[in-house]
Write a protein that binds this ligand. Structure first.
Ligand code: TYM
Length: 337
């Protein structure tokens, strides 16, 4: 892997079991493309997962499942470094340093925390959930990442990363690269099929609006066909007035490579049913091989675990170097071995 390539880093939580279409189109699809041009580090963020209660056996299974899905989506361990966050202890170590650099008020302004803790109630929300974005900062800075491919909902966390990197560099000397968010306009936010003004999310109020990649293809087709659109009939991309149709067009365009303009032309004079029926076919064609590839990786846990072990080793080499530099800058006495 050429080290003169710019570096990317990103992560995904192993909490939901199946990835959903928003995860794939908003993030993972870009991860696959970027491994061709960048020095790429991708991880399953199990430390982040335990900010809400997890069943241990389920967490272990979901961590393997997440890695299997990333490989099924096209990550190639010869082209990128794929690893599990808890296998690289430097994440928690740098996370602590970053905690000590973050203002309490600054952390309180993170909107994802506010949303999640409002749902759970302040008493049940953990301190880990509160400091979640700061661990994410450490994830990114440890690898001196230039770009972070994510969906729109992560933008604020990347901004925080830049702020803290700058603060550290100014106070203690140049140490960290300032990363940029890599968010695609077309797919940075994929919407719920039943409520096309809300982000597609595993915590959506109705499962009918959520496309899980590992669902039965039949179920996926059904969900696409019953997507909420509007009372008009014209297939036109207009996010403000036609959020449902626009969301379907974005998904369709990204999965097939046809432009939105081409799709508008294709469905001129046709009803929404035609668009939905065809998109259902496109989706089924996409998820069917994805499911079987995922299953093939799960059927061979030894290979999967060895990919993750090699990934952790490569990741650790980079992370340890950055952590050592950061510890030195902070003024920690070096440990003698
Ligand atoms: P997570 O696991 O919630 O989501 C994984 C990725 O999917 C994107 N995403 C979406 N994109 C478009 N439309 C949607 N509806 C949609 N829903 C989810 C997310 O933006 C994300 O990119 N905090 C992160 C994980 C993380 C991380 C990191 C990311 C931990 N450390 C370091 C980057 C760098 C998260 O919870 O993602």
């Amino acid at each position: 892997m050429a080290s003169d390539r710019p570096r990317v880093l990103s992560g995904i939580q192993p909490t939901a079991g199946s990835f959903h279409l928003g995860n794939y189109l908003g993030a993972v699809r870009q991860w696959v493309a970027l491994q061709e041009t960048h020095d790429a580090f991708y991880m399953v963020v199990d430390l982040h997962a335990i900010t809400v209660p997890q069943d241990p056996a389920q967490l272990r299974a979901n961590t393997r499942l997440a890695a299997a899905q990333l490989l099924a989506a096209g990550l190639d361990p010869d082209r990128c470094t794929l690893f599990v966050q808890s296998h690289v202890p430097e994440h928690a170590q740098l996370g602590w340093v970053m905690n000590c650099l973050t203002g309490f008020g600054e952390a309180s302004r993170m909107t994802q925390f506010k949303d999640k803790s409002a749902k759970q109630g302040a008493e049940r929300a953990t301190v880990g959930l509160f400091t979640y974005p700061i661990l994410q900062v450490a994830d990114i800075l440890l690898y001196q990442a230039n770009q972070v491919p994510v969906g729109e909902d992560q933008r604020q966390h990347i901004e925080l990363t830049r702020d803290l990197a700058e603060r550290f560099n100014t106070r203690l000397g140049q140490t960290f690269t300032l990363p940029e968010a890599y968010i695609l306009k077309e797919t940075g936010k994929i919407y719920d099929l039943q409520d096309p003004t809300a982000k597609m999310s595993k915590s959506a109020s109705s499962p009918k609006g959520l496309i899980n990649l590992l669902d039965e293809p039949r179920t996926t087709a059904k969900k696409v066909k019953s997507a909420v659109t509007d009372t008009d009939t014209v297939v036109r991309y207009d996010v403000e007035n036609k959020p449902g149709v626009s969301n379907l067009l974005s998904i369709y365009s990204t999965l097939t490579g046809e432009t939105i303009a081409e799709l508008e032309k294709k469905y001129e004079g046709k009803l929404y049913g035609a668009l939905k029926g065809d998109l259902a076919d496109v989706m089924v064609e996409f998820v069917t091989p994805f499911r079987s590839r995922t299953q093939a990786y799960l059927d061979d846990p030894e290979t999967l675990d060895s990919i993750l072990a090699k990934g952790a080793e490569k990741a650790r080499a980079v992370a340890a170097e950055t952590l050592a530099l950061a510890y030195d800058r902070v003024g920690f006495l070096p440990a003698k071995h």
